[in-house]
Write a new protein. Structure first.
Length: 290
């Protein structure tokens, strides 16, 4: 009975902590520039065969690629499609595609990442061998999250410092501490086990759930708890699961000064979560015409 009492106190305190950690929702709204360079068929043809155009295009591609990899600490390949050499010199281009077999940035881990610009006209500034963005640059993307990606989230320093290294103390005594969760994607469901270390021994919360996209993030839905392993009412456990959901936690790390991510759809296929959404590189240059 005393064990259950202390665990209830822990859940109440931990719920308060999780609520503080939740970020505001990001509502994704894309506005494409109302602009299109005037290009003749002859210029299109010259753009395809000109060695100067090819070299210039490659230089800008590499600059964009290096900028992304430096900011995201990842391995992304960029493929640029231009209008012509004249517009490229002005930083204007038609399309940009990004690919990464394994994208890892802080707590975020994704497999088979693919992104492509949404707007038919896009603009960057190439200055001192670096790329700057005079306006937001939106992409549509798709990627998979595998069981290895989930493990990478749990093992990340961000997850450990924000979730795992926050023990509940009473009078300076460490009473409760969450240990590294275990999560597996299989059979169209998420299987999650959360171990806690307490003064009275170990407690393991076991659950399985489906997923759904709400307010641009992936949440757990239709949660089923293993009642034999849980001694606390399920209604107290649900907010905890939402707070430590590794899928939401991972995407949250990208929403910062450099870029932001909005999830539009997600579904479990086999042992992977297939996601789609919008990835936006934020404006980091004074003005569109500067």
């Amino acid at each position: 009975m005393m064990k259950k009492f202390y665990i209830i106190i822990f859940l109440l305190v931990f719920n308060m902590f999780i609520s503080v950690c939740r970020a505001e929702e990001n509502i994704c709204e894309i506005v494409c520039p109302d602009k299109q360079p005037q290009i003749t068929d002859n210029e299109n043809f010259l753009a395809k065969i000109s060695a100067v155009s090819f070299i210039s295009q490659h230089i800008v591609e590499i600059a964009i690629q290096n900028g992304l990899n430096n900011e995201l600490n990842s391995n992304i390949k960029a493929d640029l499609e231009i209008f012509n050499l004249k517009s490229l010199k002005n930083g204007e281009f038609k399309n940009l595609s990004l690919k990464s077999k394994n994208l890892q940035y802080k707590a975020l881990s994704l497999s088979d990442f693919q992104a492509e610009t949404i707007c038919p006209y896009n603009k960057v500034v190439y200055q001192n061998k670096k790329i700057y963005y005079p306006v937001e640059l939106p992409f549509k993307f798709k990627a998979n999250m595998t069981n290895q990606d989930i493990l990478n989230v749990f093992n990340s320093e961000e997850f450990k410092s924000e979730i795992l290294k926050k023990p509940v103390k009473i009078n300076g005594l460490k009473v409760f501490e969450m240990r590294t969760p275990d999560m597996e994607i299989k059979d169209g469901l998420i299987y999650l086990t959360i171990p806690f270390k307490t003064l009275f021994g170990s407690v393991r919360i076991k659950t399985k759930a489906q997923i759904e996209v709400i307010n641009n993030k992936i949440v757990l839905r239709n949660i089923f708890f293993n009642s034999k392993s849980n001694i606390i009412d399920d209604s107290m456990l649900t907010p905890i699961l939402e707070g430590i959901n590794p899928i939401t936690f991972a995407s949250k790390v990208l929403n910062g000064k450099y870029c932001k991510v909005n999830i539009t759809s997600a579904k479990i296929v086999g042992d992977k979560i297939q996601t789609e959404g919008v990835f936006i590189i934020n404006k980091n240059y004074g003005g569109e015409n500067e």
